[in-house]
Ligand binder design. Structure first.
Ligand code: ADP
Ligand code: MG
Length: 450
């Protein structure tokens, strides 16, 4: 469905809801004559409704004033209504003139992204709140809004959420979403076929320009020029521009200074990797969305994914999909426990970060006590080896938030209760033994500096 079709459908279903409840129509008449109608055209003054049969056309024609009033009140400006037969309208519309053709053109906003399916946490709350402000009052506060952050953190999602929100709340606003790569291609093509003025004109008449991954415009001089002009025109007219990039404006190499300073003239907000709680909330949301019963999955499995794949949300979703795929296709049991998870991620190389860090903990703690890493995972229960092992387990839990069972695996296949006891022991000693506390703090420092 194109953006325009989406908008027409949405608008008309709102109008139909009101018509259904109107006492002058009634349920039976509504269902017989109105239900199958569609909104097929809309401009500043006129709306065209299309129906399949002559009888429906006659009945709806009796109610043109009411339909017009309903539409006008939703749109908050006056429109007149006409009713056409489907066959008449579609025949006539094959001769649409140029302006109508432009109106029907796709705005490229992706309907699947909305504020409703965006999870907010400390890592993205600034960007979310600025985006929502732009959606709510386009052009008023922050234009341009510049959102930057690494790949997979939700920039494209937020950008399209703005577009969908505005389209829904103010269908009159002309919204356009484009990646900077598509923008450059459009500039090049319109120069080639002599239509650059038309292209600029179209852009200059937008209310909302959403441009994704602006870094790819770097080094494209002609596009800089065209974009600079469009940018100024829109900002001067208090239109909304939102840009995204993988880094902040001053760090984009190959961008003209005047563009950098323009980009920085509104508001710049960054996005970070989701922290544990946000990652977990996203996972739970995805499960619900995919209608998967979350109680089938052990808590420590979700914690494991949230800890190890949260560098970006795309990876997080990928890991969850992999887990579900694996458990459906290769696992004998219905429950997804830690064993299933480990098997699903075995050999993917994705949990490197985790192994690396456990390794680092082992190395630092072993060095501190003058031991080897092997001694930490061995069966030896000598006092200082056991103490070192407990502390290393404690760090793995505290700093990596790994499940007890996973830590047990890492330290010579011990079971999860052994690890739990070890962590409790360390906690106890930390409260009662000052020398012990001192040692743990020193190791912690070494770990964070290493
Ligand atoms: P970017 O444009 O920053 O590279 P995307 O917007 O394409 O990232 O996000 C990657 C994926 O992660 C998309 O499927 C998106 O819906 C999802 N996503 C990102 N952030 C969130 C969030 N906070 N809540 C829900 N889904 C998210
Ligand atoms: Mg993106």
């Amino acid at each position: 469905m194109t953006g325009v079709e989406y908008f027409y459908n949405d608008l008309w279903s709102k109008a139909k809801n009101r018509l259904k409840d109107d006492s002058s129509i009634g349920k039976l008449v509504y269902e017989t004559y109105f239900e199958e109608s569609n909104l097929v055209f809309l401009n500043e003054e006129k709306a065209i409704i299309s129906v399949p049969t002559n009888l429906q056309k006659m009945i709806l024609s009796q109610k043109l004033t009411l339909i017009g009033n309903v539409l006008s009140s939703i749109l908050q400006h006056n429109v007149d209504c006409e009713v056409h037969l489907d066959q008449e309208y579609f025949k006539a519309s094959s001769q649409v003139d140029e302006i109508e053709e432009e109106m029907i053109e796709d705005d490229h906003v992706m309907p699947e992204y909305s504020f409703d399916n965006f999870i907010v946490g400390p890592s993205n709350k600034e960007a979310h709140s600025a985006a929502l402000a732009c959606a709510y009052t386009p052009g008023k506060f922050y234009t341009p809004l510049f959102i930057y952050g690494n790949s997979g953190l939700g920039k494209t999602h937020l950008l399209n959420s703005i577009g969908n929100y505005i389209k829904q709340n103010d269908p009159h606003k002309k919204v356009f979403y484009t990646s900077s790569t598509d923008f450059v291609t459009a500039v090049v093509n319109s120069i080639k076929d002599n239509s650059i003025e038309k292209f600029k004109n179209k852009m200059n008449h937008l209310d909302v320009l959403l441009m994704d991954d602006i870094q790819f415009i770097a080094g494209k001089e002609k596009s800089h020029e065209v974009f600079f002009n469009i940018f100024n025109e829109l900002v001067n007219n208090k239109k909304q521009i939102v840009l995204t990039s993988d880094r902040n404006p001053s760090e984009i190499k190959g961008l003209e200074d005047r563009l950098i300073s323009r980009f920085s003239s509104g508001l710049s907000v960054g996005m970070d990797s989701p922290e544990f709680e946000t990652a977990l909330a996203i996972l739970k949301f995805r499960l619900e969305y995919q209608a998967v019963d979350a109680s089938m999955i052990d808590d420590d499995v979700l914690s494991y994914i949230a800890t190890n794949f949260s560098k970006d949300v795309r990876k997080l979703e990928g890991a969850l999909n992999r887990l579900l795929f694996y458990s459906i296709n290769f696992s004998g049991s219905e429950r997804i426990d830690f064993k299933v998870a480990l098997a699903a991620f075995k050999g993917t190389g994705s949990s490197d970060k985790n192994e690396l860090s456990v390794n680092k903990i082992k190395r630092v703690v072993a060095d501190y006590y003058g031991l080897t890493k092997q001694q930490l995972t061995s069966n030896t229960r000598t006092k200082n080896i056991a103490t070192a092992r407990h502390i290393a387990m404690y760090f793995s839990r505290k700093m990596l938030d790994l499940p007890f069972s996973k830590i047990g695996d890492e330290f010579g296949k011990r079971d999860h209760s052994t690890v739990m006891n070890a962590c409790e022991k360390v906690d106890r000693f930390l409260k009662t033994d000052m020398n012990y506390k001192q040692a743990v703090m020193e190791m912690e420092k070494l770990l964070s500096n290493n």
